[in-house]
Design a protein around this ligand. Structure first.
Ligand code: PMP
Length: 422
């Protein structure tokens, strides 16, 4: 299997190749009907679990009614209803929504809007952030050099400022926030003057960069500086949105109000749909015809998204993410207490990372890789992240229950034991 997959595509990077035949809730089944606990959820897209009956039914019904109407020219009911429903979960006043197909495209759309609305060019992104692989979104990405190395010149006008990291520096949260805000102020004095800066773009929890939550005080500091300088605050909720962190939006943990929210992944339970949301005044500054694409706001994806939002509400999945996330983190911390190679267990809700480090605090990518692989061999699918690939992350569907969380922790414990002894 491994060799067939490698032959088909040289860019695959799977710990243990799994040929997924079907999905059901938190489980994936391969062609031999072997069952896997899917704690990758397709990098968070299967928010409601694989093939949730209500999402399947909504999509099937829509396929037989209207598959697509390019909504900037032909509007359709599923998208109107979705926009209304999003209005119920978006912060008040951020109820103008624009649809595209992927996280990266939505990031690009947010940059276009920010530049159009402010007449300024530069964007400040944060070290370790991930915003996508297109040439614009990739230019804002620094979670690992592989997204950019050898590919330049990328989109110009990007400046990076430090993300407040505690574990890596051995700092308290207050120290990390103070440092990162001071560096940002310095950047605005030395590299990109506020008069040239259109926006800050930030993930409420660094995703690909290592599952590091942004302290609320940092997001508050960004909001304050954005207000002071007329800079827009773009919050990339592609990975953190739709309940993943135990609040509907990741930035809800800080209580700040972004100017633009980007959402994708969990929004449509696996159908390609993404969106940016902004206030009416800001969105009206987008130049007509300068945004959009052929498949944006696809009717089947919109119907699936509408069903997803209904399931998230009716099954209390945001609260479930908070509750099961706490249980997961507690279980993982017990495993980490037994195996000092896991130096940090962190995250918000059902977005939890296990960072592997050596005795002297260096990234231990080798052991993390072995644990990742050993978990897959035991039927637990996980992902790695962080610039060194030494953080093993767990991001199950939001429908996960206590028994499945406990099973995952137990499989993880065995996998780590195996990795440490191997
Ligand atoms: N932003 C964030 C925070 C992401 O995690 C990702 C995907 N991992 C993206 C943007 C890009 O999304 P996509 O892969 O759909 O283009």
């Amino acid at each position: 299997m491994e060799s067939i997959m490698a032959e088909l595509s040289p860019v695959l990077k799977q710990a243990t190749p799994v040929l997924a035949a079907r999905g059901e809730g938190v489980y994936l089944f391969d062609e031999d009907d072997r069952r896997y606990l899917d704690f990758t959820a397709g990098i968070g897209v299967t928010s409601t679990g694989h093939c949730h009956p209500r999402v399947v039914e909504a999509a099937q019904r829509q396929v037989g009614t209207l598959i697509h109407g390019q909504y900037t020219t032909v509007m359709h009911r599923p998208l109107l209803r979705l926009t209304e429903r999003l209005g119920e979960v978006l912060p008040s006043g951020l109820d103008r929504v624009f649809y595209v197909n992927s996280g990266s495209e939505a990031v690009e759309a947010s940059v276009r809007l920010a530049r159009q609305a402010t007449g300024r060019q530069n964007i400040v992104a944060f070290e370790g952030g991930f915003h996508g692989r297109t040439m614009g979104a990739g230019a804002l990405t620094s979670s690992g050099v592989k997204i950019r190395a050898g590919l330049g010149p990328m989109m110009p006008g990007v400046a990076f400022s430090p993300f407040p990291e505690t574990y890596r520096h051995g700092w308290s949260q207050a120290e990390a926030v103070r440092f990162a805000l001071r560096e940002l102020d310095q950047l605005l004095l030395t590299v990109t003057s506020p008069a040239d800066t259109a926006a800050f773009i930030i993930e409420p929890v660094l995703g690909e960069g290592g599952y590091i939550p942004a302290p609320p005080e940092f997001l508050e500091g960004l909001r304050e500086r954005a207000d002071r300088h007329g800079i827009l605050l773009i919050v990339d909720e592609v990975q953190t949105g739709v309940g993943r962190t135990g609040r509907f939006w990741g930035h809800d943990h800080a209580g700040i109000r972004p100017d633009i929210i980007i959402t994708a992944k969990g929004l449509a339970s696996g159908f390609p749909l993404s969106a940016i949301a902004a206030g009416q005044e800001l969105m009206s500054k987008a130049w007509p015809g300068s945004q959009g694409g052929t498949y944006g706001g696809n009717a089947v994806a919109a119907a699936a998204a509408l069903a997803t939002l209904d399931v998230v509400r009716d099954e209390n999945l945001v609260d479930n993410a908070a509750e099961q996330g706490a249980r997961l983190k507690e279980g993982l911390r017990k495993v980490a207490a037994e195996y000092p190679v896991i130096g940090d267990v962190r995250g918000l809700g059902l977005m939890v990372g296990n960072e592997f480090t050596t005795d002297d605090g260096r990234p231990d990518t080798a052991t993390a890789t072995r644990a990742h692989k050993a978990a897959a061999e035991r039927g637990l699918l996980l992902l790695t992240c962080g610039p060194h690939g030494n953080v093993v992350r767990m991001i199950p569907p939001l429908v996960v229950n206590s028994q499945q969380v406990d099973e995952a922790v137990s499989l993880w414990s065995e996998a780590v034991k195996n990795a440490v002894s191997g």
